[in-house]
Design a protein around this ligand. Structure first.
Ligand SMILES: *[C@@H]1O[C@H](CO)[C@@H](O)[C@H](O)[C@H]1NC(C)=O
Ligand SMILES: *[C@@H]1O[C@H](CO)[C@@H](O)[C@H](O)[C@H]1NC(C)=O
Length: 474
């Protein structure tokens, strides 16, 4: 599995940066990052969203925590919903990558006398090193993603993600059953351990696996039947895939490679784009495949991915967000408990709850919370009016994406702050960074009193069997 690709001039294999990450956990400044790396959608690196991390992976800016300066506040609970880190392609995409490589080697003949170095690199130097058994597993860089995130959060919340809380097993860890998520939880825990410079003396870490919470989407029948397995529900994606903009990208790529146009399907165009993203996110390499795309091509391919996320996992269909009701209620029950007034003799609340899942976990939940909902939905025909959209999956759910909910105990009552990928984001309709918790609850009243999984997903009556009790008032 060692890279069999020999770097040439413009291609910077960032061995240096990987080494320095491992040695000092700090700098990636030497890496030559493709300009198109911010358009990789859900395959975007976390460092593209938070560019200051490209200089120092452990840098933390405490000014992102914003309880009102006029009140005395201290954080009492952190809930973090985190996506796994960088991973290998899934088996399906690996098969496409191998097919693309085969095609370029055997069929590319045309006007390819181009002496472009990158093209020669693809043809003669680049070796496909992907094998199907890698299928979506977490890579070393993905472990680093979670490791560094844990250390930054421990710096940001020293009283919550503290050594003592860890020692007393007061921090809760829940994961999806998928290998890449379990590996991510473990990497997060190791990051904490290293933060306290403890390699022994702490109890064994543990976590719970809970797919009902973290993989609700596959258990929601109305969602699976109505969206996931329903071609009509994703019509916009299909139309765009064969539309004018994608056709333009496909033609350009076929010309550059000297391939007959009809041998290069839209799926293979996408495979080349993904390949560029994987070589960067897995091996920190600026791959020769990246030179197939300029910025305008990348924006089209980004839009294609965003359309898919929007119509499959987000606001496109209500049921997608409603399928996350179990996770929504779990989070608010945890916050209710943590914020409840208690006598000094009572045990203090759970300081932190770390929930690790997928982009498919986060997107429906963020949509349910009413975030990233633009006035005009993205469709197959309005690409040109969507440049300013807020729904950009690369900024919302890159690898190691996270939703942080910070509950503060303030002199005027409990307050809640939300951060996405360590950046503050306001709750819809609330103007403060850390509004009163009761105002947040009022905003989501309709969901707290409803949002019943059995009703929404199984079509049972609202008082049906298996429904969850509504949250009790604080
Ligand atoms: C921290 O972030 C604030 C804005 O939130 C910015 O003004 C400040 O310069 C940053 N500080 C550092 C050390 O980066
Ligand atoms: C499939 O999706 C379309 C469009 O959203 C919808 O009208 C239709 O009812 C869905 N079919 C099923 C079986 O849910």
């Amino acid at each position: 599995m060692l890279p069999s690709f020999t770097p040439t001039h413009g291609l910077l294999l960032a061995v240096l940066s990987q080494l320095s990450t491992r040695l000092s956990c700090s700098s990636m400044a030497n890496l030559d990052i493709p300009k198109i790396a911010i358009y990789f959608g859900t395959k975007t690196r976390y460092e593209e969203v938070n560019p200051h991390l490209q200089r120092d992976l452990l840098s933390v800016n405490t000014s992102v925590l914003r309880p009102p300066p006029t009140e005395r506040c201290s954080p009492v609970h952190l809930t973090a919903v985190i996506r796994h880190g960088s991973r290998y392609p899934t088996a399906k995409n690996i098969r496409r990558i191998l097919k693309l490589n085969q095609l370029v080697r055997t069929e590319a003949s045309g006007p390819s006398r181009s002496s472009a170095a990158w093209l020669q690199d693809i043809r003669s130097r680049w070796e496909p090193w992907y094998t199907e058994d890698m299928d979506g597993q977490l890579v070393t860089k993905g472990r680093d993603d979670l490791h560094h995130l844990a250390r930054r959060l421990a710096t940001l919340f020293p009283s919550l993600l503290s050594e003592e809380n860890m020692r007393k097993r007061r921090i809760r860890f829940i994961s999806s059953s998928k290998h890449r998520c379990v590996s991510s939880v473990e990497a997060f825990q190791e990051g904490l351990q290293q933060h306290w410079r403890h390699h022994d003396g702490l109890p064994e870490f543990s976590h719970e696996v809970d797919d009902q919470l973290m993989r609700f989407f596959e258990r929601c029948r109305s969602y699976v039947e109505g969206v996931e397995n329903n071609r009509t529900a994703l019509l916009e994606v299909e139309k765009f895939k064969h539309g004018e903009e994608m056709e333009g990208v496909r033609k350009k790529m076929a010309e550059k490679l000297g391939l007959p146009l009809d041998s290069l399907t839209p799926d293979l165009v996408e495979a080349a784009f993904f390949l560029c993203s994987y070589e960067l996110s897995i091996k920190s390499v600026h791959s020769p495949w990246c030179f197939l795309f300029d910025e305008s091509d990348a924006k089209v391919l980004e839009y294609k991915s965003d359309l898919k996320q929007y119509w499959k996992r987000s606001h496109g269909h209500m049921i997608s967000s409603l399928s996350s009701c179990p996770l929504f209620h779990h989070i608010f029950r945890t916050l209710d408990k943590a914020g409840r007034p208690r006598r000094s003799t009572e045990a203090s609340p759970e300081p932190a709850s770390i929930l690790v899942g997928h982009a498919e976990t986060l997107l429906p939940l963020l949509s349910l919370l009413g975030l990233y909902k633009d006035q005009t939905p993205p469709t197959a025909i309005n690409y040109h009016s969507q440049h300013g959209r807020s729904f950009r999956s690369g900024r919302i759910v890159p690898y190691a994406a996270n939703l942080l909910l910070v509950l503060y105990d303030c002199s005027g009552g409990p307050r809640l702050q939300m951060l996405i990928n360590e950046m503050p984001l306001q709750f819809p309709g609330l103007r403060e960074d850390a509004p009163l918790y009761r105002d947040v609850r009022a905003t989501y009243r309709h969901l707290l009193d409803g949002c019943n999984f059995a009703t929404e997903c199984e079509g049972q009556g609202s008082h049906g069997v298996g429904g969850r009790r509504p949250n009790t008032e604080l």
